[in-house]
Design a protein around this ligand. Structure first.
Ligand code: CP
Length: 311
C-alpha cells in the first residue's frame, strides 16, 4: 500500500488514492484488532506525543494506537511541563524529539506550527490540530465514519453546522470531500461562516455547496456534522457570548428530518448537541471517536512505511 508522504500536516496533501489507501488500511487494522493480530506490528518503535493544547480524544487515541501496535509512547502535555516554558524554541524541541523517538504527533495552538516542527526533523510528524488551521487525522476518521455508517461517500448531501470559521476539523474534512461527488450545506451564523479561502477552493474544484443560517436545512441532509462554537479562539468575549447559543440540535428537532440523517460531531460537545440525541440509532459521534484508534493505527503504520497485513 503506497503512502508517498513522510509527514501528515494538511488535508491538501491527500490525493483520492491516498484517502482510499488510508480507508483500506484502517479496515485492515479493524480486522487485525478483531483477530488479536495487531500487537507487535510496531514493536520497538517510539511515538512522541506532544500536546501543547488540551485534548482528550486525539492524544489518547494516538497513544492507544501506538500501544495496540506494540510500540511505546513518550509524552509531554502543556507548555508548562516542557522547556518551551523556559524559552526553548519549537525547532530546538523537535531536534531533541528526533533523537528520542521514531515518529511525533503534535498539537499546538498556533496555525502552521506542525509545519515548523516537521521542518526541523527527518522523522514523520503528524499534525494533531494547529490552532484554527487543520486537523487532518480527525478528517480522516470522519471520512472513515461516513463510509462505515453510509457505505459510501459519493452522492451524499453533507451539512456542516456551527462554528465554520474557527472549526479546524471542518476545514480539513471539506478539503478532503472535494475528491468526492458530494453536496455540501454550510449552516452557520454569518459571523462564523466558512473562511473565504475554503469557499474559493470549493468553487475552483466545482464542489456543489450552499450557505444558510437556517438549521432546518439539515432535514434534507444525509449527514449532519455538528460542531461547538470554539470559545478558545475568540479574541472578543462578548462576541462569543452573543454567538455561543446559535444552534441546539435535539431529538425533537431531528425527528423532523426527511432522511435518516447520520449525526457526526468531532467532540467535545457543549450546548449545541443535546444528550437526548445519544440513543438515536443515527447518533454516530461516539462510534466516530472510537474509530480514531484504528485510523491512527493505520496512519502510524503508513508513516513508518510498514505494510498493513491483509487477513
Ligand atoms: N476531536 C478532537 O480533536 O477532540 P480532542 O480535542 O479531545 O482531541
Amino acid at each position: 500500500m503506497d503512502f508517498p508522504h513522510l509527514h501528515i500536516l494538511d488535508a491538501d496533501q491527500f490525493s483520492r488514492v491516498d484517502l482510499e489507501n488510508v480507508l483500506t488500511g484502517t479496515a485492515r487494522i479493524e480486522k487485525l484488532l478483531g483477530a488479536n493480530k495487531a500487537f507487535g506490528l510496531l514493536d520497538g518503535k517510539i511515538l512522541a506525543s506532544l500536546f501543547f493544547e488540551s485534548s482528550t480524544r486525539t492524544r489518547l487515541s494516538f497513544e492507544t494506537a501506538m500501544n495496540r501496535l506494540g510500540g511505546r509512547v513518550i509524552t509531554t502535555v502543556g507548555f508548562q511541563f516542557s522547556s518551551i516554558s523556559k524559552g526553548e524554541t519549537l525547532y530546538d524541541t523537535m531536534k531533541m524529539i528526533e533523537a528520542y523517538a521514531d515518529i511525533a504527533v503534535i498539537r499546538h495552538p498556533v496555525e502552521g506550527s506542525s509545519r515548523i516542527a516537521a521542518g526541523a526533523v527527518s522523522i514523520p510528524v503528524i499534525n494533531a490540530g494547529d490552532g484554527i488551521g487543520q486537523h487532518p487525522t480527525q478528517a480522516l476518521l470522519d471520512l472513515y465514519t461516513i463510509f462505515k455508517e453510509k457505505n459510501a461517500v459519493e452522492g451524499l448531501r453533507i451539512g456542516f453546522v456551527g462554528d465554520l470559521k474557527y472549526g479546524r476539523t471542518i476545514h480539513s474534512l471539506i478539503k478532503m470531500l472535494r475528491h468526492y461527488n458530494v453536496e455540501i450545506v454550510l449552516i452557520s451564523p454569518v459571523d462564523l461562516a466558512l473562511p473565504e479561502s475554503y469557499r474559493k477552493e470549493l468553487r475552483r474544484e466545482n464542489v456543489k455547496f450552499e450557505e444558510t443560517e437556517d438549521i432546518k436545512a439539515l432535514w434534507d441532509c444525509d449527514v449532519a456534522y455538528i460542531t461547538r462554537i470554539q470559545e478558545e479562539r475568540f479574541a472578543d468575549r462578548a462576541e462569543f457570548e452573543r454567538l455561543k447559543d446559535s444552534y441546539t440540535i435535539n431529538r425533537a428537532f431531528l425527528l423532523g428530518s426527511r432522511k435518516p440523517t447520520t449525526i457526526l460531531h468531532p467532540l467535545p460537545r457543549v450546548a449545541e448537541l443535546s444528550t437526548d440525541v445519544d440513543d438515536m440509532p443515527t447518533a454516530a459521534y461516539f462510534r466516530q471517536a472510537a474509530y480514531g484508534v484504528a485510523v491512527r493505527m493505520a496512519l502510524l503504520m503508513l508513516c513508518l512505511k510498514q505494510e498493513i497485513p491483509a487477513i
